[in-house]
Design a protein around this ligand. Sequence first.
Ligand code: PMV
Length: 311
Amino acid sequence: MSEWVAKAPANIALIKYMGKKGANLSLNPSFSYSNNNFNSTVSLVSCSGDKDIMDSSGFGSTISSCESYRFLSHLAYVKKYFGFSGYFKVKSCNNFPPSCGLASSASSFAALTMAACKAICELSETGVPSNLAMSQISRLGSGSSCRSFFEPWVVWRDDIVEAVDIPFTNILHYVVVVSSAKKLISSSDAHKRVQSSALFSGRADRATKRLYELLCAMRANDWKLSFDLVWADFWDMHAMFETSSPGFGYMTPGSLFVLDAVRRHWVEFGDGPLVTMDAGPNVHLIFRADQKGLANIFVADMQNKYTVLGG
Ligand code: PMV
């Protein structure tokens, strides 16, 4: 019995992918940080039945039944892409809790695509596609998963995804979990609903400009300007959520408490973390490696109230 295993990192966007065209192509370029400390592992074993199955035994499966359907549909797509007709038993697990504010679909779809490409190519004795080609296949299952094929800093523009040179290494990435309740509006729905917001027109231009400015700021070691741009971009996305019709949102009093603490920290120390939020209430903090002391103080403070993951 052969088994193919692949592992992929979660990624957190600093310039957000929000709004799509066609086959999960983003309306605007996005920029993210891939973090291997938060990852998903997928294993595929060939099976003799007449369909692919999810196996939740013994591997700490963290996929719900609805996600399982999406997952197996993506596997069916990858098999069709290669003209492969066999079946697999699929196991998937994340090393981070579900609903903790990390997009598990990005890392799990990336790991599934990698494992499926490895398995199918070995069984059909063909070469495994490049990371870019696999990321393009993965994007059709989950848009943001295409960024999990590269690390640490990644730009996704149209169908091109690539690692970019940024002078910050050994980043400390934390997630302040203010709520682990399942979100009511999925990111797939959010992509559709934002189109009704008056702020939607101009979003692609704003994000494109901000991305350019952020890459310049980071390359110039300007952390404060980087903070301002990252802050502006997640508020831009959340403002579109709130001004859609019908409006929706993810901010909770807990999210606002953490955001306010970050802002006060910047004022007090003249320094602080980059901060961002995805389509969820939890808050991501990105500290430079040399901010370890600052990070310890801030995280200890947040831990009085919330669970903080990462570091
Ligand atoms: O890949 P999706 O369809 O789950 O969209 C992800 C969208 C955000 O997480 C909100 C932003 C991003 O760029 O990751």
